[in-house]
Design a protein around this ligand. Structure first.
Ligand SMILES: *Cc1c(COP(=O)(O)O)cnc(C)c1O
Length: 414
């Protein structure tokens, strides 16, 4: 198979972003670059074109809806993990909405009937509980007299699936490993066998087993899925491979992914769905911040106008050390600093970095790969103002700025 990778933008995103002028951006700001985003989308589109699979954006990781029209030109829809995400997908993305949650309330189901196309259940007990409601709604829809659906959605029927747990190796960190021992995610084969003959109304199986992984991890998961659930696969219309595929990462083996998907499709006669979050906006945005103060305690500490706790929570949750354009590891360059955030949390440190020049108040620091799992996850702890969301077009021109203020803080309380 010919290599499908034809980068439009520089693959080295640090080199690319180091040439972008952020000096006019008010800090702190998340800056999304449409050029890089589109480059990622082109890679994903090629996977679609090569294999005929469906690719959805996982809103959990990235939901900057101003960019949905661009994403919608390349991808098929979104996957949602709550009613709110599903509604955002329906209203702002306007294509397919596939939903999964560890459990649904009756109210959730009623709302999902309005905005989801696929509903995936985490257990047979939940499926049994809501099966009648959903089938009833589908029947009405088919007769075309469902008052709940608007004209455009008249033919919409909800397809239901079961999330399975392939018990594959998964991610190393249990916080992000849906296949860890004792996981609450998905039906294991031992449980599935007890219900496997009652699959009426189930049109697909879903597994989500990866986190930031290459195609070898998918291969392992698929091997487990086929071994354990093989006899059920042929009865399905679709199989959803979940997210965690780092498809747009430099070293990702896109060709091998295409071969895997095509082979699986042919073998089982199913539609294959992939729902990456990270890969869609990987390295497509940065967080621009400013130094506010320099203090000393067991080395130099720079206090920034951003915070790990509020603005980049995965830095503390994972934890990991985000990279900064032009900065080195501690001790690598002449001046080393610990970078600290604006909240009163004592551990609100982003990490240690070194710089060629001494830092001083007003200096700008640009954190890389900050479009994903930031805007969707940030908090208002301590009432610290949220960063602006800035969108730059392909020519590095700012085309959109969303500001946040006191309103968001007050609205979340009563
Ligand atoms: C988190 C998640 C995704 C997206 O994962 P990424 O790691 O962002 O690609 C997709 N599907 C499900 C069910 C998820 O929980």
């Amino acid at each position: 198979m010919k290599k499908i990778f034809e980068p439009h933008w520089e693959r080295d995103r640090e080199a690319f972003f180091s040439k972008v002028d952020f000096s006019k951006i008010k800090t702190p700001s998340y800056v999304i670059h449409e050029g890089v985003l589109e480059d990622n989308l082109k890679i994903l589109k090629k996977v679609k074109d090569r294999t005929g699979c469906t690719i959805l954006l996982a809103l959990k990781g990235y939901a900057a809806w101003k960019t949905f029209p661009l994403i919608g030109r390349y991808l098929d829809g979104v996957c949602a993990s709550s009613v709110n995400e599903a509604r955002l997908g329906r209203e702002e993305f306007g294509k397919e909405v596939h939903s999964f949650a560890p459990a649904y309330t009756e109210q959730d189901i009623r709302e999902h009937l309005q905005c989801s196309d696929h509903l995936i259940f985490n257990s047979f007990s939940q499926w049994d509980q809501y099966k009648k409601t959903i089938m009833g709604c589908n029947k009405k829809t088919m007769k075309g007299n469902n008052k709940n659906n608007n004209e455009k959605n008249k033919d919409r029927t909800i397809e239901c699936g079961i999330r399975i747990n392939p018990e594959s190796a998964g991610a190393e960190n249990d916080l992000y490993n849906p296949c860890a021992k004792g996981s609450r995610m998905g039906v294991t084969i031992a449980e599935f066998r007890k219900h496997g003959d009652g699959l009426d109304g189930i049109s697909g199986l879903h597994f989500h087993a990866l986190c930031e992984q290459n195609v070898d991890a998918l291969e392992d998961a698929l091997f487990r899925v086929e071994n354990s659930f093989g006899k059920y696969l042929k009865r399905m219309k679709w199989v959803n491979f979940g997210g965690g595929h780092h498809i747009t990462r430099k070293d990702y083996d896109v060709d091998r992914l295409c071969r895997l998907i095509s082979t699986f499709r042919k073998k089982y006669g199913v539609q294959v769905i992939v729902e990456p979050g990270e890969a869609v906006a990987l390295n497509a945005g940065v967080l621009v911040s400013s130094v506010l103060d320099i203090i000393e305690n067991d080395g130099k500490i720079a206090i920034l106008d951003t915070t790990a706790e509020d603005h980049m929570p995965d830095v503390l949750a994972m934890p990991y050390r985000p990279s900064i354009i032009g900065a080195g590891k501690p001790g690598e360059k002449k001046h080393t600093y610990r970078l600290g955030g604006l909240t009163c949390l004592s551990g609100d440190f982003i990490g240690s970095y070194s710089f060629d020049r001494e830092l001083k108040p007003g200096d700008r620091l640009v954190f890389q790969n900050m479009a994903i799992y930031t805007m969707v996850k940030n908090t208002l702890f301590n009432g610290v103002r949220l960063p602006d969301i800035v969108i730059m077009d392909k020519t590095n021109k700012v085309v959109h700025v969303k500001k946040f203020g006191y309103g968001e803080y007050r609205e979340r309380l009563s």
